[in-house]
Design a protein around this ligand. Structure first.
Ligand code: SME
Length: 195
């Protein structure tokens, strides 16, 4: 992982003096991640590294959508055998699709419906080894066979859920639940728009 590199950019300001372009030096923070999907890496190590990467990604940025988008991308590109990673956000009493990576998904889910709506209603992480056996499961990608949904709670209020799908059966276990809950907490704490 290589993060917090600083790169120097030289831009040419052509609006000033066309005969003698003024050079404007700007410094831009560039984060470079080398994301790997290695099935054999111990999950505790994977989630410890993801926690460090997520902290770095959201540091200095409080905008919820921006942080959620980068968080979804980080998960999708880092975790082994994940075909969908993203958010459903609580809006006017139902879950509405938020930032995600993966195939286009259903837009709205009622509280109590599907895996997402159930996790939201119960405010509990739901692990589903075989989505085809989950009553009321909402299929967005026919490749999905297992799923985990983590509720997002800020100041004791439900604000949405984090949802991950896998083409593998029983892809997610208690270690994933622990790791993803820790990541969700880092995300919520780091995005003050939510509070
Ligand atoms: N399977 C979810 C719907 C969302 S997609 O998986 C992206 C559910 O049953 O709530």
């Amino acid at each position: 992982m290589q993060i917090d590199d600083w790169s120097r950019q030289v831009a040419t300001d052509q609006s000033a003096d066309r005969s003698a372009h003024s050079k404007v030096m700007t410094f831009q923070k560039v984060m470079t991640f080398q994301l790997e999907k290695n099935e054999t890496d111990p999950k505790a190590e994977v989630y410890a590294q993801l926690a460090a990467q997520l902290r770095s990604l959201i540091e200095g940025e409080r905008d919820f959508i921006a942080n959620a988008a980068n968080f979804a991308s980080l998960l999708y590109h880092s975790l082994f055998a994940v075909n969908w990673a993203g958010f459903y956000l609580l809006k006017e009493g139902e879950l509405v699709l938020g930032p995600f990576q993966g195939l286009p998904a259903c837009l709205r889910i009622a509280i109590g419906k599907g895996v997402c709506g159930t996790a939201a209603e119960q405010r509990q992480t739901i692990l589903v080894d075989n989505v085809h056996e989950f009553p009321g499961h909402i299929a967005c990608d026919s490749a999905s066979n297992s799923e985990i949904v983590v509720p997002l709670i800020a100041n004791e209020k439900l604000i949405g859920v984090l949802d991950l799908d896998s083409p593998l059966f029983a892809r997610f276990d208690d270690e994933d639940a622990r790791g993803l809950n820790e990541l969700a907490e880092i995300f919520v704490q780091g995005s003050s728009d939510l509070k």
